[in-house]
Design a protein around this ligand. Structure first.
Ligand code: PEP
Length: 251
């Protein structure tokens, strides 16, 4: 059984103080939720405040990225070990905004993923096609390239802590959600591909989140799909009420 996993990606939003304010309102709204895993990935500087404020709760904190080197002359970077030692559980890797604005490629995703795993973080690896790619009919090819490139060289055992997030770029922050059927089709494709790349066991056990304008009013239909195991959420994770409504999708 794959436990549903709802994670918030706060992107470049919220100071440490604002993050602390959020978590104080949010925790009581999700207190006692045991059947859904909950994660929040704030900007780096808000991580210590969120880790401290969520200690002992059912909410795990993560980063939005990590560098592949452990230390050295890499100005501006933060390593997976540093993120882990700050108390993070998760690391989002290869988000489409990083691919689009910061030159992330399948090769860098792969390096970052290996570093995150070595540090003991639970990676959330993002994949997904642009609008032009969908309209050209190459959605599956793009997702296959992202998965084969991003997960290259991994052993089946290393897949245990990895979550895949299918995020069609055209649905991120646009208010356009993939229909549950469109999302399910790609999720099923990705799961079959994981079987081909690893094994039937890995394919059956790996959680695949959907991301792209997930909101309280569409989450239930998305989560009802066989191969959708959770959501990676941007905008709707910024307010305690809406993020709690997503976490409580099955209530
Ligand atoms: C995201 O940033 O991963 C995302 C899915 O954003 P939004 O929910 O705002 O579309």
């Amino acid at each position: 059984m794959r436990k549903p996993f709802i994670a918030g990606n706060w992107k470049l939003n919220k100071t440490a103080d604002e993050a602390e304010e959020f978590i104080k309102s949010f925790l009581p709204l999700v207190q006692g939720v045991k059947d859904v895993e909950i994660g929040i990935a704030p900007q780096y500087l808000a991580i210590p405040a969120l880790v401290a404020a969520s200690r002992g709760s059912n909410v795990g904190i993560g980063s939005q990225d990590n560098y592949w080197e452990a230390s050295g002359a890499f100005t501006g970077e933060v390593s997976a070990e540093m993120i882990k030692s700050a108390g993070c559980i998760y690391a989002i890797i290869g988000h489409s905004e990083r691919r689009q604005f910061f030159g992330e490629t399948n090769a860098t995703v792969n390096q970052k993923l290996k570093a995150a795993l070595a540090a003991g973080l639970h990676p959330i690896v993002c994949i997904g096609e642009s609008l032009a790619e969908r309209e050209s009919g190459i959605t599956e090819k793009v997702c296959e390239d992202h998965l084969r490139g991003g997960l290259a060289g991994l052993e089946s055992a290393q897949m245990q802590t990895i979550t895949i997030a299918y995020e069609p770029v055209w649905a991120i922050g646009t208010g356009k959600t993939a229909t549950p059927e469109q999302a399910q089709e790609v999720h099923a494709f990705c799961r079959n591909l994981l079987e081909d790349m690893f094994s039937a066991e890995v394919a059956a056990a790996t959680r695949i989140q959907y991301g792209g304008s997930v909101k309280p009013d569409n989450v239930k239909d998305l989560m009802a799909q066989t191969d959708i195991d959770g959501a990676l959420v941007g905008g709707a994770s910024l307010k305690p009420d809406s993020f709690a409504a997503l976490v409580n999708f099955n209530k």
